[in-house]
Design a binder for this molecule. Structure first.
Ligand code: HGY
Ligand code: MN
Ligand code: MN
Length: 418
């Protein structure tokens, strides 16, 4: 007997996406919802209201992850199926990074409930707190849930002396001393699946609708502090200066050369730089900047870190402050196979590809079967107001997530961990 075709409601999904994009909207078309900010909290209030409308049980855990649960009618395995992503954004970011994954998960739960489909697990729709690193390292909420968050990290002051995660959590009504309670045993979790925009141009250039993600690049971040001597810009002769920016400058061209000579997928980025005292008529006394390395190969990332460490060691006035390291991860092959099958059954063109961007899925991959479903984004543009996707691709990603859940459910819901 052929299974009745169950379809998500593409218009409802798009309406939610556009309504959410209005929360934290910038004057120039971007979105700014820094983790735990008022805009981020408004976005989560919107999500919780939509979850309640959909008949989900709504909880907020001690890491401020928002969880909407559709209880299983007959929970055979006692495990939970987790789907979701994040609602926080980078400053002046796009409408779809993170938001697509959360709202696709919500739309799937709604569709499953409306069609009285019986799942072997409780289905949890999750929006993870602070994926983007609004304070320091990203994926705070998902690392708290997988027990991988160092409690010290949330106490560290934010960049430019901004409040720490703990202070902002408290301001938002949370209790940072309880964040470790968000940790859950891996044995409770059947799998984690995340829909996300590709944030690259591979799918678009191959005219594919769906990306079956095979791996997620590792990320290593270091803050470099170069000390000089602040001095009057008009009366301090060039040969007597200790200009911190000039001392740092050689690294700005060395770093890209190191990365490119390592391998073609490796990236190295100096994304944030601050001069002190930062006055136009004062020679910089301090140059503070971040170095971010990414690679799917842990050895390559370490090799570049060693080059940076040795370069700093040869200078007399450099200090390195490690900020964050997450190893590259491979995603579950059995889940990749189900996503590929789901795309096939939906008549969609799917391609396997790795992710250069970090995701909450990277927090789960070492512990539970984890999968990601990518959709193309226009020109690969992301972390930018021009981030854009086609409505049909939002619907395709959501439909493949639903179909993957149906396939897994039809197999009784247990997935080998390979
Ligand atoms: O930085 C990243 O790769 C992700 O978008 N947070
Ligand atoms: Mn993201
Ligand atoms: Mn992002």
């Amino acid at each position: 007997m052929t299974q009745k075709k169950i379809s998500i409601n593409a218009d409802r999904l798009w309406t939610d996406l556009m309504a959410l994009a209005a929360i934290g909207a910038d004057a120039n078309g971007g979105v700014t919802r820094i983790a735990l900010s008022d805009a981020d909290q408004d976005a989560h209030e919107f999500l919780m209201a939509r979850m309640r409308d959909a008949g989900l049980r709504v909880d907020v855990d001690d890491a401020f992850n928002v969880i909407g649960t559709l209880p299983a009618k007959k929970p055979e395995s006692g495990q939970k199926a987790l789907i979701g992503s994040h609602l926080d954004t980078v400053p002046n970011g796009g409408k779809f990074d993170g938001a697509l994954g959360v709202l696709c998960a919500l739309e799937c739960a709604r569709t499953i409930r409306e069609n009285n489909i019986e799942l072997p697990w409780d289905l949890e729709v999750i929006s993870f707190c602070d994926e983007e690193g609004g304070h320091h390292a990203g994926t705070v909420g998902s690392r708290a849930m997988t027990g991988a968050l160092d409690p010290e990290e949330i106490l560290r002051p934010g960049p430019d002396g901004r409040p720490s995660f703990a202070e902002n959590l408290e301001r938002a009504g949370g209790d940072p001393t309880r964040i470790h309670n968000a940790a859950r045993p891996a044995s409770d979790i059947a799998f984690f699946l995340e829909v996300h925009i590709e944030q690259g141009r591979n799918l678009e250039s191959q005219r594919a609708d769906i990306g079956v993600v095979t791996a997620i690049a590792g990320i290593q971040r270091t803050e470099v502090i170069v000390a000089g001597e602040a001095a009057h810009a008009g009366t301090t002769p060039m040969k007597l200066r200790k200009d911190a920016l000039v001392a740092a400058a050689p690294l700005f061209t060395l770093l890209p050369k190191w990365a490119s000579s390592r391998n073609s997928e490796m990236t190295a980025t100096i994304g944030r730089l601050q001069l002190s005292p930062g006055a136009v008529n004062v020679v910089p006394g301090e140059c503070r900047f971040t170095v971010e390395l990414r690679s799917r190969n842990a050895g390559d990332m370490q090799a570049l870190q060693n080059l940076l460490d040795r370069h700093a060691a040869r200078q007399s006035n450099w200090r390195l402050q490690p900020l964050y390291r997450k190893d590259p991860v491979r995603l579950s092959t059995p889940l990749q196979d189900r996503v590929t099958l789901a795309a096939l059954r939906e008549g969609l063109a799917a391609r396997n590809l790795p992710s250069g961007a970090g995701h909450d899925a990277a927090s789960f991959a070492p512990h539970v079967p984890t999968g990601m479903i990518f959709v193309p984004c226009r020109g690969g543009v992301s972390h930018h107001p021009d981030e854009a996707i086609e409505q049909r691709h939002a619907a395709a990603g959501c439909q493949v997530l639903l179909r993957t859940l149906m396939i897994l459910s039809g197999e009784g819901g247990r997935l080998d961990p390979a």
